[in-house]
Write a protein that binds this ligand. Structure first.
Ligand SMILES: Nc1ncnc2c1ncn2[C@@H]1O[C@H](COP(=O)(O)OP(=O)(O)O)[C@@H](O)[C@H]1O
Ligand SMILES: [Mg+2]
Length: 312
């Protein structure tokens, strides 16, 4: 079942088109990464999908509910953490969550208390629950902002650049929590980011958004090989590798050979076809092979290629 479906979603601010006929589908339980540089339209897309602003044209559904026709139903099903943390600095962690629980229509005081406790414990903030948010570190504020976003236990969660501005340690913590959130409760998560490591580590699917349009989407591995094309295979030998350039140069699928000390670096369009063949050739010519390692292009390379191609 699709949790999020968008079709030709468009947002114009006066004559400027911030999101341009964007279509996407996110399945239930998936962690989808909306990847793109600043100004690409990530926040605007999330704000439309979460019914914070209305699209100029196009349509979208969350679990089958239309963002234009049934905004109240959609709001109940989505949690959203936006760029600027929407917490009250002068309230404590507990007070913030209790406030938002009430704002989301949870009436029963017992339920408010238990949900607040559950979230504070999950996000490792229980010990700090009586401190004002103003005294929190950026990472703690971000955790509380995510807790706030899921106070009403929505099946779909939108996270807008959840690791931006955080140090590497806090970023990792947030990434781990996102993975935990998606695994434990089958929550569907759409996360926007310009950080590739976020996408590589936590998303099952990524889409690259540029100038308001979704250019490509797929599993990170899929995108990597589809866009960056060529892969490399490193063959490590006992002794110098330069003696074996000739052995592999003409092999089917090989588009280039480099040498780095005792390593042969072979470029190929089809590593599955090429690897056994080049190993056989090197061995037949007397080479002593110590190891064979494939190098897929990184998602970063794939991403840069797309961004450059679109700008050029
Ligand atoms: N309220 C607004 N009014 C005018 N332009 C806007 C508004 N919100 C966003 N934009 C513009 O739309 C484009 C996309 O913005 P945004 O969705 O915030 O990008 P991202 O989140 O990917 O950085 C940017 O050029 C931005 O300046
Ligand atoms: Mg943004």
């Amino acid at each position: 079942m699709e949790a999020i479906v968008a079709h030709d979603l468009t947002k114009k601010f006066n004559s400027f088109t911030a999101v341009d006929r964007l279509s996407l589908e996110v399945r239930e339980g998936e962690v989808f990464g909306l990847l793109g540089p600043n100004g690409a339209g990530k926040t605007t897309t999330i704000r439309m999908l979460a019914c914070i602003i209305s699209p100029t044209s196009g349509s979208a559904q969350i679990h089958g509910k239309d963002i234009i026709g049934e905004p109240a139903a959609v709001r109940g099903m989505v949690g959203v953490q936006t760029e600027s943390p929407s917490l009250y600095e002068r309230l404590t962690a507990t007070e913030n969550l209790e406030f938002f629980a009430k704002a989301y229509g949870i009436r029963d005081p017992g339920e408010i208390r238990s949900r607040t406790r559950e979230l504070l414990e999950f996000f490792d903030l229980w010990e700090r629950r009586c401190e004002r948010v103003a005294a929190f570190s950026k990472g703690m504020k971000q955790k509380l902002a995510i807790a706030r976003a899921i106070i009403h236990d929505p099946p779909v969660l939108f996270l807008d650049e959840p690791t931006s501005g955080l140090d590497p340690e806090s970023s990792k913590l947030i990434r781990d929590l996102i993975v935990k959130l998606s695994r434990m409760e089958r929550r569907t998560i759409l996360i926007s980011t310009h950080r590739l490591e976020d996408a590589e580590r936590i998303c099952n699917k990524v889409g690259i958004i540029l100038r308001g349009g979704l250019k490509v989407s797929g599993a990170p591995e899929e995108l990597r090989s589809r866009i960056a094309g060529e892969a490399k295979v490193e063959v490590r030998l006992l002794g110098s590798a330069s003696d074996y350039i000739r052995s592999v140069e003409g092999a089917p699928g090989v588009s280039g050979v480099d040498v780095n000390g005792s390593n042969l670096i072979i470029s190929t369009w089809d590593p599955a076809l090429t690897t056994p063949d080049i190993v056989r050739r090197v061995v037949e010519d007397g080479g002593k092979v110590l190891s064979v390692r494939p190098f897929l292009p990184s998602l970063e390379e794939a991403y840069l290629k797309i961004v450059e191609g679109m700008r050029g």
